[in-house]
Design a protein around this ligand. Structure first.
Ligand SMILES: Nc1ncnc2c1ncn2[C@@H]1O[C@H](COP(=O)(O)OP(=O)(O)O)[C@@H](O)[C@H]1O
Ligand code: SF4
Ligand SMILES: [Mg+2]
Length: 315
């Protein structure tokens, strides 16, 4: 274990969305810390709660969401800050890069102006100074001919260039902590590689929560990996330990489903987050399940150095 104070500490975070069908339990008692300067990858299938966790940290979930627990950033609980205080933290301290959906940049504003606006908001630079800072940022994310491209509208940017522009936007205020939510989703293999390279280049010393369902991306960038299943962290530890010697049957299943490891998909599907199975949430799909697994809910237990898993097999 490291003795360094974490930059961000999530404690017992539970998130529920009230819906007409019942409460969607999207996150259950999530405990997680992000250490200074580390990239932590958050892995898991679609619907496992990765985005919800990222948005909860930024306090961007809809107002009627039920949230319990604590999110400590530099020791302050973000969940008890006023919206005004939170606005000062968003962007300036904690920034987000979203998956390039084509809608994340404003289509009617020039890319350089959008970045300049963020620079003005967070760094107080105005006019020509903010514009020059925007061009520098576009250069930093390896946009060719940045001064010219700053004057273009988003539709003139390819998918990979838009992702770079979004990264430039997030870097506009030099945040200490970056949340990147599936930044490589939908990109072709070459562009994905370039964006991953860019991430390792731009983030020395910065803490990053890298949300992805892409194991290869996690292996490339992360120091530690947390695996989510049905709203819970089921395994967390150093990237080598988790990806080379996974302990939790779900993590093992995820890895076995990779093309280079035999492409054997995990049978069945994730449970409904409204009516969760009793006991271990993975038990309906787990080939190692025993009677206890269907009755008792497993806790995260230590399975190796700095490595925990939520499986009673290892109690
Ligand atoms: N506003 C919402 N209302 C109801 N359910 C939601 C809402 N937002 C997310 N969810 C549900 O929470 C679960 C986790 O979603 P999400 O965090 O987006 O998953 P991931 O990012 O891992 O794909 C999903 O089942 C999703 O349908
Ligand atoms: S607790 Fe039981 S059902 Fe759950 S992952 Fe472990 S062995 Fe499988
Ligand atoms: Mg998501």
């Amino acid at each position: 274990m490291t003795t360094e104070e974490p930059l961000l500490e999530v404690r017992g975070l539970t998130v529920g969305f009230p819906t007409v069908d019942g409460l969607v339990k999207a996150a259950n008692t999530v405990d997680l810390e992000i250490r200074p300067g580390e990239t932590l990858a958050l892995l898991g299938e679609t619907g496992s709660g990765k985005t919800v966790l990222g948005m909860a940290i930024l306090r961007l979930l809809q107002p009627n969401t039920r949230i319990e627990g604590e999110i400590l950033y530099r020791g302050r609980n973000l969940l008890s800050l006023s919206e005004g205080e939170m606005q000062k933290i968003r962007g300036r301290e904690i920034a987000v890069v979203l998956q390039n959906t084509g809608t994340s940049l404003n289509p009617v504003l020039r890319v350089g102006d959008q970045i300049a606006e963020a620079v003005t908001l967070h760094r107080g630079l105005r006019g020509g100074d903010a514009e020059a800072a925007a061009v520098t940022l576009l250069d930093r994310v390896r946009i060719f001919d940045p001064a010219r491209m700053a004057r273009e509208y988003p539709h003139r940017f390819s998918g990979g260039m838009r992702e770079r522009a979004l990264i430039a936007l997030a870097l506009a205020c030099e945040p200490s902590f970056l949340i990147a939510d599936e930044p490589t989703r939908g990109l072709d293999a070459v562009t994905k590689r370039e964006i991953l390279d860019l991430f390792s280049e731009i983030n020395p010393g910065r803490s990053v929560l890298f949300i992805t369902h892409d194991i290869e991306a996690a292996a490339t960038l992360a120091v530690r990996v947390a695996v989510m299943y049905a709203g819970e962290i089921v395994e967390i530890g150093p990237v080598d330990a988790v990806l080379s010697s996974p302990v939790h049957p779900y993590t093992r299943g995820l890895l076995a489903s990779l093309p280079e490891r035999g492409m054997r998909p995990i049978p069945g599907s994730s449970p409904s987050l409204i009516t969760l199975p009793p006991g271990c949430r993975f038990s309906p799909r787990c080939t190692r399940a025993v009677g206890r697994c269907k009755k008792e809910h497993p806790e995260l237990v230590e399975v190796g150095p700095d490595h925990d898993a939520r499986c009673m097999y290892y109690d």
